[in-house]
Design a protein around this ligand. Structure first.
Ligand SMILES: *[C@@H]1O[C@H](CO)[C@@H](O)[C@H](O)[C@H]1NC(C)=O
Length: 150
């Protein structure tokens, strides 16, 4: 094969890889969430947030959930809901975080973190996340940050 062809294949691979969803590693995510100030936010230790993200999106920053019963959808690593927290342009929304839902499906999760902080300020706290309530609440959360250098 010519050098040019090899180079083209390499570029193609880079393009394909670049289009793939960013799926975080557990400790990578823990580090980003900690930097974002979520460790201990409203009394919820870092393990709560990592566990929630795992069960909501499997750490996939571009996850979009299937339609919910009310036609809303859930977006991004924290599966933020379009009925209450963001605008997907498809239905009425309270848009509590004041963002298009597309802001929560990028590899840069800093907007997701800002919105999660808003969500957790409501009286129900992290109960807002069904998967957290079901799989994380009241469990030993140390495993979620175990071995992470943070
Ligand atoms: C991520 O987004 C935030 C706000 O939208 C911005 O301030 C920050 O620089 C971005 N980070 C990277 C690595 O692009």
């Amino acid at each position: 094969m010519s050098r040019m062809k090899v180079l083209c294949l390499v570029l193609l691979c880079i393009l394909i890889a670049g289009n793939e969803a960013k799926v975080f590693e557990r400790c990578e995510l823990a580090t980003v969430l900690k930097r974002g100030g979520l460790d201990g936010y409203r009394g919820y230790s870092l393990g709560n947030w990592v566990c929630m993200a795992y069960h909501e999106s499997r750490y996939d920053s571009r996850a979009v959930g299937p339609p919910n019963w009310d036609g809303s959808r859930d977006y991004g690593i924290f599966q933020i809901n379009s009925r209450w927290w963001c605008d997907n342009g498809q239905q009425p929304t309270a848009n509590g975080c004041g963002k298009p839902c597309s802001a929560f499906t990028t590899d840069n999760i800093s907007e997701d973190i800002v919105c999660a902080k808003r969500i957790v300020q409501d009286p129900q706290g992290m109960d807002a996340w069904v998967a957290w309530k079901k799989y994380c609440k009241g469990t030993d959360l140390s495993q979620w940050t175990h071995g992470c250098r943070i």
